[in-house]
Design a protein around this ligand. Structure first.
Ligand SMILES: [Zn+2]
Length: 203
């Protein structure tokens, strides 16, 4: 029988994936008004499945109807996700998210391919790390934001006769230090700067 670790490594080989990581600080809270699309107080701690729950279920991954509800509310109400209608999205909690480049992994958006795709009907698999969300004391607002972020990685390639689900990378990536010293020197950073400006204005 394969060890859990072995299974994880092999799974990684079989899927395209984009990981979300966070440093040592939980997400900063700006003046942006916090509302959420599902019931509950945005500032309440999110009821992330406990470590014991994974032990009890003897599972590394748990189906996440709660995250699915959030995802469906986002798709339904936020706009821009119409292409996901008719696609099969699977939402899961993962016991241990681990780290990537020294930062805790919060979530991943995967498009099954290879052997996994053969045995899996999902077009996209969205996985949130239970341990790291507990570690950062994630609120309902932050979990919804994380699900939204993962949904932003989904896309449908319409260039072929049969549209094909695909993953898309982040709008921007960079270092705070480079922005401090050089400003928004690339088009993707300019785009990010505009978004942060709106945040500052509370738009
Ligand atoms: Zn991402």
């Amino acid at each position: 029988m394969q060890s859990g670790q072995h299974r994880v490594v092999k799974l990684r080989d079989m899927v395209g994936e984009i990981k979300e990581t966070l440093g040592h600080q939980a997400a900063a809270r700006g003046p942006h008004k916090r509302t959420i699309l599902t019931p509950g107080n945005p500032d309440d701690l999110y009821p992330v499945p406990s470590a014991q729950k994974f032990v009890d279920e003897d599972a590394e991954y748990l189906h996440a109807p709660d995250l699915q509800e959030i995802g469906e509310a986002i798709i339904d109400k936020m706009g821009g996700f119409g292409y996901l209608a008719g696609l099969n999205l699977v939402f899961l909690w993962k016991d241990k998210g681990g780290k990537s480049h020294g930062k805790a992994t919060l979530g991943r958006c995967q498009k099954p391919k290879g052997l996994l795709a053969k045995f899996c009907a999902a077009d996209f698999i969205i996985v949130l790390s239970a341990d790291n969300h507990r570690l950062f004391n994630a609120t309902r607002y932050q979990v919804e934001a994380c699900v939204f972020h993962e949904l932003c990685h989904t896309d449908l390639d319409n260039s072929e006769d049969i549209p094909e689900p695909r993953l898309v990378p982040h709008d921007y990536e960079g270092f705070c230090r480079e922005v401090e010293l050089y400003g928004a020197w690339r088009p993707d950073l300019e785009k990010a700067a505009k978004a942060f400006e709106q945040l500052k204005l509370g738009v």
